[in-house]
Design a protein around this ligand. Sequence first.
Ligand SMILES: [Zn+2]
Length: 650
Amino acid sequence: MGGSGGIGYGPASLSSGQPPSESKSMGSMAWESGTATKGMPIGAPFQVPAPKSGCRLSPPLARMKPMIAAEFAATGSEATGVFQTLSRGRIWHPPTVCWADRPGASRAAPRRAAAIGSLMVVAASLDRVAAAACETFHRPGPGEGTAQRRGRGRSRDAADGCDAVRMTAVIRPRRVLVGSSAMFDCHRFDRGAAAAVRRPAARRRGSWLPATLVPVVVFVLCGGLAAPLPAANVAATPQDDLVWITVGADVFEAAARRLAPPPGLSGGVVLEAFDRHEEVVLTRLPLAAIDALSGIVHADFRRCGGFVKHESLAEAEAEMARLRAPRLAPDVLPFAIDQPTLVGTLAGEVSEAELLSTITALSAFTNRYHAHPSGSASATWIRDQWVGLAAGRPDVTVEFFDHGTNTPQDSVILTIPGSTLPAEIVVLGGHQDSTRSGCLSDPNCIAPGADDDASGIAVLSEVIRLALAHGLRPQRTVQFMAYAAEEVGLDGSTDIAEFYSNTGKNVVAVLQMDMTGYQGSAQDIVLINDWTNSELNAFVADLISTYQPGMVQSTTLCGYACSDHAPWHTRGYRAAFPFESTFDQSSPYIHSSSDTVANLSNGAAHAAKFARLAAAFLVETAIDGPEVPAMPFLDGFETADTSAWSRVFP
Ligand SMILES: [Zn+2]
C-alpha cells in the first residue's frame, strides 16, 4: 500500500498527531456585544451579530440584490450575513421579495455584482497575504499561548490561533455572485485561555488596527476562498445527500478551514474526521460540496483528483482497511523489456497531428463534466472514435461501463483480448471528464480540459490506432479505459477497480495518463512516485531510457488519490503514472477555461512523448518471450503471416 510504503508526501500539516476528534473543531466562538465598529467586528470575536435578513416581502434596493443573490448562491440561505461586511451595518434595506437569482431579475444588479466580484477575486488571490496580515495584526492577548502567536495549525493546545480573513467570490455566467464574510477570524483560542482573552473593546481597539481602517484592510486583504461555498451544511443535509470520502490529510485540513461556515453566515460545512490513517482521513460532506472540495484541491494542491468518493460508509471503511494492510513483499514483474522491434515500429509512427486532432475535438465540447449532457456526449464521442479505430477487428470490443447512480457519464473501455494469457490484463487509462469551479451548477460552464485530460485520452486513442493498424494480437488482454467522473472523487476508476477486485480479475499492470500536454519543467517525463508501484515505476523508467534515451526524466509526488491510478493501487494492483512535469510545475491552466489547445506546449509535441511511452508499455507488458517482429505493411495491409503475433511461447 502506498501510504505504508514509507514515501511521504505533502506538507506535514497534521504532524502534531492531532487526534481525529480535534480536527473538526472548526466552529467559531461568538462575538461579544459592543465589539463591532460600524458593523464590522474587530478584535477577538465573542459574539456574532444576528444576520440581517436580505429577504422580505417587497423589492430590495438594487444595490442589495447582488449581495442577496450572492448569499443565496453561496450558502443556499436568504438570510444574509453579507451585509455585515459590505454595508457595515448601515445600508437600510426594506422588506423584499426573495428573488435571488431567479429568471427576470434585474440585469443591472448582476453587472454591479460582477464589478464587486472582480474586486473580490483579486482580493481572494491575496489569501496568503491575508493570512500573514492576520497574524501580524493579531497581537496575543493575556493568556494566549506562544503557539498561538506562531500562527495557525501549530499547536493542538492553542488550537489554530489565527485563521485570516475569509471571503467567497462566486461568479457565474450572467448571474454573479459575491458572497463574503470579511471578518477577522482569529477565533480559535486555547480553551483555557479564552476567558482571559476577553478584553474590553476600548482596550482592544487601542492595540489593534485603528477601527476606521479595519473595513478597508479587511476588504483589501481578505482572501481565503475563490471557490464557491457549498449550498448546504452537514447538519442540514439529508443523510442521503451526504457522501463519504477519503482524502489526504493535507487536503482535509485545508478544506475544513475553507469550507467552515464563517461567523454569522449560514451554510458552509464542518468537516469531521471519522477515521485517520497516516496521511489519509475519512470524512463526509454534502454532495453539493464536492465541487468546492475539488476546487480547493486544485487551487491549493494543484491536484486533479485528490480524494475518493465512496458509495457507502462500508466502502469508505474498506478503503481505510486497505490502507492499513501491511505492505506486500517486493514485487516481481511478470514481464520484461524484450520487444524492441515492435516498440520501435509503433512508437516511430506516433503522430502529433492525430494527437492534436483528438485533443482539439474533445476540448471543443463546452465541458465534459460528468453530470452534464455534454459530459455524456463526450463519452459517446470517445466510444465512437474507438469503435472506428477497431473497425475490421471483430475480436476487439468497445463498451460503456455504466456507473449507475454514481454518475450519468459512462466510462469507455476498449478491449483487445489476449491470445495466450487472456486472464492477465494490462490497463492503460485516463479520465475523460473535465471541470472547473462552478461546473456543478452550470451545464454551460466552459471547461475545455485540453491538457486535463484530453491529452491523456488522445494518447490512448493514438496507441489504439497504432496497435490495431498493425494488427496487434497481444498475449495478455489489453484494456484501454476512458474513466468517467475523475474530477469529483475518482468515481469511474473507483467503480471499475472495485468491480475488478471483487470479481478477481488479474490486472498485471496499470498505466495512468493524466495531463501529458504541458511541459512546465525541464524534464520530459516525470514519474509520480507516491501511491504507485515502485517496481512498475522502475520498469517505466527503463522503458523511457531504453526507447526514448534523449528524454530527461525524474520523479515527483502528487499525494493521496491524485488520479485514477489510486483506486487500482490501493486494491493491490500495480500502477504507474507518468506525468507532464514536476507536480508544482504542471499546467497552471487546468480546471479553468484556459486549459486550451493553445496553452499546450507546442501543440501535441509533449503528448507525443507519452504516446511513445504508452506504446512501449503496451507492447512490453502484453507480449513476452522471443521477440515478435514488427509487421510490415504492403499497400496498407499486413503481410499474410500474422502467426507471430499470437505465437505460444513456453
Ligand atoms: Zn486530470
